[in-house]
Design a protein around this ligand. Structure first.
Ligand code: SF4
Length: 459
């Protein structure tokens, strides 16, 4: 008992969520989280395959861990177990054990509920390293402990995993497997537990979250829009978000939820990737740039406050100057409040990696610079448009300065303002007075007379 667990998480929020659930699953075996790798009895690298050279980065990280493992052993500190989890583990499999034989466990994203058994096996000795990168028939969520460590005011909840869309640049369908949704009752139960432990905002997670189709109370498949309406009935849950979505999976029910559900925040991350129809087809996105424009128009009609975020890939194989210009046109047409943009880089095993017509690096770099300049200008303009507005801010904790609180606007902007720290978890009205590089600053609206600005908080 009393062993220490260090988890290093790479990549997206799904991995952050998975890491927390792995820690929950190991708690009954006596493993408690530590922030220091030097203290750890077990280290888990929860890996991501999205970025370039992801596997090589994991191998260099493992090289460092091997030295630490040896030092601990020599100092009589016992064997530090090393596990590699996540998408690189899924993609590399046995290769990890042949290149890094000191690794004890290799497990894919669908088998982390089996981690305690694997730890028991390797700790008992004799079994050698364990590898489990199956896509098992059972749902891992049914086998994870219900008790989870509190996540704080803003929490993540995984509702869907895997993807059937097979965009030609993406490894997710290969590393996370086919699309699977959790039943509505399981999602609602977990949301209730999160709210009971202090969470006031829940971000629903999935690789393609709006493809959600979990079994509802009537035995039929429910979409994300219907799920959101049910979650909105939970007392004390002020805010709901979801990420990441595919434009083709924005159905009417979900669009209507943006109109009808006040807890659903007016902020949507909806990747478009490119503004060129030929490139979108080569990416297998199955929508055109104009279809994306019309979708945004529909969303903005039902929710005029909606702020948008997106992902962009520049320099996809064969992308011409004119096709890149189409992306800039689309950005100009839509107007984003924030966005993520990357140069295309091939992911081994994906169809796009096999296309011979790769765009030279310097062209990709120049295009990325122009795109980011435009996106930065749009983000600045969006932030400056908040000056003088009073925004509802969900208070997540203390700010850096004494007496300062930190929260988030409906549009996910961090907001600093002065206020009493016993109000963490409340929604306060904050008048935005200053725009900083990465955040907004404001003052509590009407802070006198018993904090009427906080009356709207319903904790
Ligand atoms: S929809 Fe998203 S997760 Fe699925 S293949 Fe495309 S980029 Fe990957």
């Amino acid at each position: 008992m009393g062993k220490k667990l260090f988890i290093k998480t790479f990549g997206c929020q799904m991995n952050v969520y998975d890491s927390a659930r792995m820690a929950d699953s190991l708690a009954p075996s006596g493993y408690l989280p530590t922030d220091s790798v030097d203290d750890a009895d077990m280290v888990v690298l929860n890996t991501c395959h999205i970025r370039e050279k992801a596997a090589e980065k994991v191998y260099s990280e493992l090289g460092r861990l091997r030295l630490l493992q040896e030092e601990k052993l020599q100092a009589g500190g016992g064997k530090m177990l090393i596990a590699v989890a996540g998408c690189v583990a899924q993609a590399e499999g046995d290769e990890i054990l042949s290149r890094a034989p000191y690794v004890d466990i290799v497990l894919g994203p669908q088998t982390y509920h089996r981690l305690p058994e694997m730890v028991e096996d390797v700790s008992a000795g004799g079994s050698g390293p364990v590898i489990d990168i199956e896509f098992p028939a059972e749902d891992k969520f049914d086998h994870l402990p219900e008790e989870a460590a509190p996540q704080g005011v803003s929490a993540f909840l995984s509702i869907q995993e895997g993807c059937d869309r097979f965009c030609t640049f993406c490894v997710v369908p290969y590393t996370r497997g086919a699309e699977q949704s959790r039943p509505v009752s399981a999602v609602v139960a977990e949301a209730r537990r999160l709210v009971a432990t202090g969470s006031r905002e829940i971000t629903l997670l999935g690789q393609n979250v709006n493809a959600y189709h979990g079994t509802g109370s009537d035995g039929k498949d429910w979409g994300l829009g219907r799920l959101i309406r049910v979650l909105a009935e939970i007392d004390g849950l002020h805010r709901i978000r979801y990420t990441t979505s595919h434009p083709r999976d924005m159905d009417d029910a979900l669009i209507e939820a943006h109109r009808d559900v006040p807890q659903l925040m007016p902020f949507l991350h909806l990747p478009v990737q490119s503004g060129s129809d030929r490139i979108l087809a080569a990416m297998n996105r199955r929508h055109t740039a104009d279809e994306y424009r019309s979708l945004i128009e529909r969303l903005r009609t039902v929710q005029p406050e909606l702020a948008l975020s997106s992902d962009f890939i520049v320099g996809f194989p064969g992308e011409t100057d004119a096709e890149f210009a189409a992306t800039l046109r689309l950005v100009n047409d839509i107007g984003f409040s924030q966005a993520f943009s990357f140069k295309y880089s091939p992911r081994p095993g994906t169809p796009a990696a096999a296309i011979s017509d790769q765009v030279p690096e310097e062209i990709k770099r120049d295009r990325l610079e122009s795109l980011q300049q435009l996106l930065r200008a749009q983000q600045d303009a969006f932030n400056h448009a908040q000056l003088g507005r009073t925004l509802p801010v969900l208070i997540e904790g203390s700010g850096r300065q004494p007496g300062q609180l930190l929260g988030r606007s409906p549009y996910l902007q961090p907001v600093h303002f002065d206020g009493p720290d016993h109000r963490v978890g409340y929604v306060a009205d904050v008048c935005i007075a200053e725009i900083m590089t990465n955040s907004l600053r404001g003052t509590l609206a009407l802070p006198e007379a018993g904090d009427p600005a906080l009356r709207r908080a319903s904790v």
